[in-house]
Design a protein around this ligand. Structure first.
Ligand SMILES: Cc1cc2nc3c(=O)[nH]c(=O)nc-3n(C[C@H](O)[C@H](O)[C@H](O)COP(=O)(O)OP(=O)(O)OC[C@H]3O[C@@H](n4cnc5c(N)ncnc54)[C@H](O)[C@@H]3O)c2cc1C
Length: 301
């Protein structure tokens, strides 16, 4: 259960209180405001606030007053131009603030994205909930044999059951000890800031995360990618769906140039030219390493 009835009531209350504003409003994002999108078994992402829309990107790029006389077609053409030419600062004019609940091992990957503002739930001040990420059976996979940073076949039968049991039992035992250390009848009880240290990395934490659109796209490019670990990718995918509704033209350009496009090295461009001229080029004759060649063939066959 990712959200308690109290949290759902808070969200309802926030949505019952619309305020008139002169600020730009993105209708696609209004539907997401305050609502929580469940992710994993106890996590969620919810939009707390946002600033700007597609028009704000265009306005900043033209350093203009408002909607002006340009048509929406011109605006999306300009946004595509900006994205194509890495003219990134206009995208920084849009911002989003999210409330995220996520396992600590996912937070460790996420926090590496330094170009955001973060405020995390304090486990020095508050007691953490008894909530641990336990992967669904279809995500309990073996170490990949081809990718050192990935997983392979899904575990089956007795092995899957044994691993699940270990994960559940360790989480439960660690939390029992956490509670025991915090308070025992007639004893002082260990400080929360110390008692938390035996909790495993699958315990959930929460934070507010604020980021501008340019750096959010960078995050999504890396974390909504197939190479990202599943447990962070599902958060990135949930955020991507919100961004698509918030700034549809910018998201469309991002999807096309960043998610759908590829970067080519000078050697790769040469191979493509030679292939188009009818030459059969081998990896040995390409000047590329085996790894580069594998990735090149993965895209162009
Ligand atoms: C698939 C994958 C595997 C990974 N594996 C590992 C791993 O094994 N070990 C590991 O430690 N990390 C790993 N990472 C994390 C990765 O190295 C980055 O730390 C993370 O993706 C954040 O990227 P970033 O620094 O570009 O983002 P941000 O911190 O948001 O920075 C965005 C951009 O701002 C600039 N910038 C920000 N801060 C500075 C600075 N102080 N100096 C100069 N430029 C700056 C850079 O241009 C940077 O690209 C992995 C990431 C991915 C996606």
């Amino acid at each position: 259960m990712p959200l308690t009835p109290e949290q759902l009531a808070d969200i309802d209350a926030s949505r019952q209180n619309p305020q008139p504003t002169l600020r730009a409003v993105a209708p696609g994002m209004e539907q997401h405001l305050y609502t929580a999108q469940p992710v994993l078994d106890h996590g969620f992402v919810r939009v707390i606030d946002y600033m700007g829309d597609d028009a704000a990107i265009v306005q900043a790029a033209r350093v203009s007053y408002g909607a002006g006389t340009k048509k929406a077609r011109d605006d999306s053409g300009l946004i595509r131009y900006l994205m194509r030419h890495w003219h990134s600062t206009p995208f920084e004019m849009c911002e989003i603030k999210l409330h995220v609940k996520l396992p600590v091992f996912v937070a460790r990957q996420w926090i590496r994205h330094r170009t955001a503002n973060v405020n995390e739930y304090s486990a020095r001040y508050s007691i953490l909930d008894r909530e641990f990420y336990i992967p669904a059976p279809e995500h309990l996979a073996a170490q990949s044999t081809v990718n050192n940073q990935g997983r392979g076949e899904v575990l089956q039968g007795a092995e899957a059951a044994r691993v699940l049991e270990v994960l559940k039992a360790d989480s439960a035992r660690a939390y029992d000890h956490y509670e025991e250390m915090l308070s025992q009848e007639g004893q002082a009880g260990l400080a929360r800031e110390l008692a938390r240290m035996n909790l495993p990395a699958n315990v959930y934490t929460q934070w507010y995360w604020k980021v501008d659109l340019h750096n959010l796209f960078h995050f999504l490019r890396l974390r909504a990618d197939a190479h990202a670990q599943f447990e962070i990718r599902v958060y990135a995918e949930a955020i991507a769906e919100m961004v698509k509704d918030w700034v549809p033209a910018a998201y469309g350009a991002f999807e096309d140039y960043r998610m759908g496009g590829v970067n080519l090295s000078g050697k790769a461009v040469e191979v493509l030219k030679r292939r188009l001229a009818g030459e059969t080029v081998t990896q040995e004759a390409s000047g590329m390493s085996k790894g580069e060649w594998r990735e090149f063939e993965g895209v162009f066959g």
